[in-house]
Design a protein. Structure first.
Ligand code: NAD
Ligand code: WQD
Length: 339
């Protein structure tokens, strides 16, 4: 079966490409390399022994997207990762985000419709829940007003997909990721943030390796046990494997609705201080950090109720926080050795 992975050179897409190949799928990747590089292709090939078919494609270019599908007619399913994902940047440049995250989805759906591609997996995010009313969060929790254009693009995208599945043969699953971290154990692929990392774990590893002087902990006065925010950190390979089972569900027509939504997290919340402590333990380093003011827009605590994914997909995260942090650290050490 041929699966098109958009944004397949990116962080989650590349790990999913590996998981797909290892599950026996043929992987086609399109990417415009706006947040990734062609070297990733080699990393995937080193792990699996197979280089995915790659085409440079900017999904904002409607005519080029159309041409791609005209010349690749036998695609069985699409996993759509390609998007812009920096929350702060989306506040500063909302139209960039609406164009890159919404237009691209619309063009893809039009091609799915035209070429009878019936299986779509979409990268959604726990950001759609905003500050939850109760924890852990189930998929039925209300969608809150988005606190960034980025978050809004995920809400709108889910609605666009839902509306489309109502009037077509397209079946879709939106996976709402919690906080993906870590890297493939081979250290052939991992997370490569451009510039100063916005996310906690790459900031931690870059500080520990000496690239950043100090980690700022954004607030220790939240109403949590140790005062720092709580998130559900999931190993990127567990997340990658969730895509494979979700895709298989669609391909085997096991889905119960034309559009389904699943939380993809571990179900366990960890505070910023707990992450720091676990990182220090697995890396054998002492992290230079200081507590600073809260970061605007941060929610206090989020972690997933994964019952639906456990039951319906037969999927459960297998790796714990320490394993994920160990892999992130191994990856950081390798990247810096080579740079
Ligand atoms: P990433 O930036 O590493 O990967 C996205 C890839 O898409 C990149 O390789 C980029 O070059 C490519 N791309 C972007 N715009 C494109 C376009 N117009 N045409 C072709 N390619 C394009 O990001 P990621 O962390 O792997 O995230 C993948 C998806 O998961 C995104 O949709 C993101 O919003 C979503 N998501 C990510 C997180 C997270 O914390 N990383 C959490 C929830 C959801
Ligand atoms: C985690 C915790 C910070 C950096 C973001 C997006 C979300 C989703 C995942 C895509 C928070 C704290 C962080 C630092 C810190 N992406 N922190 N110092 O904010 O949960 O989610 O990525 O959909 O939409 O908003 O992840 O890794 O940025 O932060 O103290 O230098 O670490 O305050 O509590 P977040 P994060």
């Amino acid at each position: 079966m041929k699966i098109l992975v958009t944004g397949g050179l990116g962080y989650i897409g590349s790990h999913t490409a590996v998981a797909l190949q290892q599950a026996g799928f043929e992987v086609l990747i399109v990417d415009n390399m706006s947040n990734s590089s062609i070297d990733v292709l080699e990393g995937i090939a080193h792990i699996t022994g197979t280089t995915p078919q790659f085409k440079y494609l900017d999904l904002r270019e409607k005519e080029e997207v159309h041409h791609y599908f005209k010349t690749h007619k036998d695609i069985d399913g699409i996993i759509h990762f390609a998007a812009s994902k920096a929350v702060g940047e989306s506040v500063e440049n909302p139209l960039l985000y609406y164009e890159n995250n919404i237009n691209t989805l619309v063009y893809l759906l039009q091609e799915c419709h035209a070429h009878k591609i019936q299986n779509l997996i979409f990268s959604s995010s726990c950001t759609v829940y905003g500050e939850p009313d109760s924890l852990p969060i189930t998929e039925n929790a209300p969608i809150k007003v988005a606190n960034s254009p980025y978050g809004n693009t995920k809400q709108i995208s889910e609605e666009i997909i839902f509306d489309t599945t109502k009037v077509s043969d397209i079946k879709a699953i939106a996976l709402r990721y919690f906080n993906p971290i870590g890297a493939h154990e081979s250290t052939e692929i991992g997370e490569l943030p451009l510039g100063v990392p916005q996310n906690l774990v790459p900031f931690i590893t870059q500080t520990a390796i000496g690239l950043r002087e100090q980690l700022s902990v954004f607030g220790n006065d939240y109403p949590t046990e140790d005062g720092s925010c709580i998130r559900d950190y999931i190993h990127v390979m567990d997340l990658a494997e969730a895509h494979v089972v979700a895709l298989q569900r669609l391909l085997e027509n096991k889905n119960k609705e034309a559009f389904e939504v699943f939380n993809v997290g571990t179900g366990k919340g960890s505070s910023v201080f707990e992450v720091i402590k676990a990182f220090e333990k697995v890396s054998g380093t002492s992290l230079n950090y200081k507590v600073v003011d809260r970061r605007p827009g941060d929610v206090i605590a989020v972690y997933a109720d994964t019952t639906r994914a456990n039951k319906e997909l037969g999927w459960k995260a297998k790796r714990d926080l320490e394993e994920a942090l160990r892999s992130a650290w191994k990856w950081e050490e390798k990247v810096r050795r080579e740079s």
